[in-house]
Ligand binder design. Structure first.
Ligand code: DSN
Length: 428
């Protein structure tokens, strides 16, 4: 956090880091995939570990001097196993996408078929898209949400699996606000002997805290990024049972990656230790409660939400009925200008391009880490409604900006007084 040393060498980058720190403090981060990690996680990521090469796995390395990093990686593995109850965990993927890539590399040959939710319905690029490596290497088929309810239609997925006979079915999503029935999708995958990968990048914290059912022990593979709701160091992980452990480890290294990012693995270990504390479950319950409060405020104010609400950490607003002239892009820009940072998002049945969209996605993990609870979330909801109703009105913008200012001053980020309550110290 102290950027004075960077200033001595590179004032331009140091200033940009300070600007970003100030931006995060002075505005409300409601991008559903973002969070504010603890100072301890940041310290681990900014440590001497960035200097170390450690190809291989704990006690099986290709380099000397790995005694300390072995401890770190083993702790990350042990804690992940405790958090999610998995037999085997690989903590080396550099990101959630790298984790998915390793699973495909372990299970598929080029030309094999992936069946996944389409990107515009809430899937992810790495689940199969023509602009992504998945679309170039594999044959991609998609299932879709039911467009009238905005929900997964498990009977339709079953039919789709039988019809397309995929080699792997991908579940787990980036913009789906409801509980996922892993068993229903597993039943379909079993019918055709397909592998099943559950990507829980968004909901990994909810699963660890027991507020969303776990796919661990149901699906063949579970992947996640580690910096979203689980609030650990940036990167990815893969979970599986012992029968798939060797193929997954080989697919990560040497199959797809070189030296593991030991500083990020340390950030994962520290964040996982924090998530094993009882306070983490309380935090996640607050994340979900905040999202439900936001959903109610927005719906009471006349907005339409895909699926009519949320069970998770995010809501997806469909602007087509309430604000037909306003695009997701315009909404995102108007809200950012008053300190409310979220992202435009496609909605089921989207008629606009992914750069423009007809929806916005709003998540509560980061503002909850900051300490906001229902009354403040209600205020944020009212501010969003006011801006969407009058995106070009300077008076509305001024008034919302001052309400946002009051909130960010009342809940400072990375302030000494908040660290103690938000982030418990490591267990003995
Ligand atoms: N970019 C992330 C998201 O916003 O959902 C997924 O990787």
């Amino acid at each position: 956090m102290d950027s004075s040393r960077i200033h001595e060498v590179d004032p331009e980058v140091a200033t940009a880091i300070e600007r970003e720190r100030e931006r995060q403090h002075a505005s409300l981060q409601l991008i559903a995939s973002e969070n504010h990690v603890s100072p301890a996680v940041m310290a681990a990521q900014g440590s001497v570990l960035t200097n170390k090469y450690a190809e291989g796995y704990p006690r099986r390395r290709y380099y000397a001097g790995c005694e300390a990093v072995d401890v770190i990686e083993q702790r990350a593995i042990d804690r992940a196993r405790a958090l999610w109850g998995a037999d085997h965990v690989n903590v080396q993927p550099h990101s959630g996408t790298q984790a998915n890539m390793a699973v495909y590399h372990a299970t598929l040959e080029p030309g094999d078929r992936i069946l996944s939710l389409s990107l515009e319905h809430g899937g992810h690029l790495s689940h199969g898209h023509r602009v992504n490596f998945t679309g170039k290497l594999y044959d991609i088929e998609h299932y879709h949400l039911d467009e009238s309810s905005g929900r997964l239609d498990y009977d339709a997925i079953y039919e789709c699996v039988l019809q397309t006979e995929p080699d792997i079915v991908v579940s787990g999503f980036s913009a789906y606000p409801r509980i996922i029935d892993w068993e229903a999708i597993q039943t379909a995958a079993d019918e055709v002997g397909a592998y099943h990968l559950a990507d829980i990048a968004h909901i990994s914290g909810l699963v660890a805290a027991g507020v969303h059912p776990s796919p661990v022990g149901i699906t063949d593979f579970v992947t996640a990024s580690t910096h979203k709701t689980i609030r650990a160091g940036r990167g990815g992980i893969i979970m599986c049972d012992e029968t798939h452990a060797e193929m997954i480890d080989a697919a990560v290294f040497p199959g797809g990656q070189g030296g593991p990012l030991m500083h990020n693995i340390a950030g994962k270990a520290v964040g996982f230790a924090e998530a094993l504390e009882p306070a983490f479950a309380t935090y996640i319950e607050q994340v979900v409660s905040n999202a439900k409060t936001l959903a109610s405020t927005l719906m009471d104010g006349g907005l339409s939400l895909v699926t009519g609400g949320t069970d998770t950490h995010l809501v997806l607003v469909d602007l087509t009925e309430s604000h037909p002239e306003l695009t997701g892009q315009e909404a995102e820009e108007a809200l950012e200008s008053v300190g409310i940072v979220l992202n435009k998002n496609t909605i089921p049945g989207e008629q606009r391009s992914p750069f423009v969209t007809s929806g916005i996605r709003i998540g509560t993990p980061a503002v909850t880490s900051r300490g906001l609870t229902e009354p403040e979330i209600d205020t944020i909801g009212e501010c969003i409604l006011a801006v969407l109703d009058a995106p070009d009105d300077e008076h509305v913008a001024d008034s919302v900006r001052s309400r946002v200012d009051e909130l960010v001053q009342a809940y400072p980020l990375y302030d000494d007084s908040t660290e103690a309550t938000l982030w418990p110290s490591l267990p003995e």
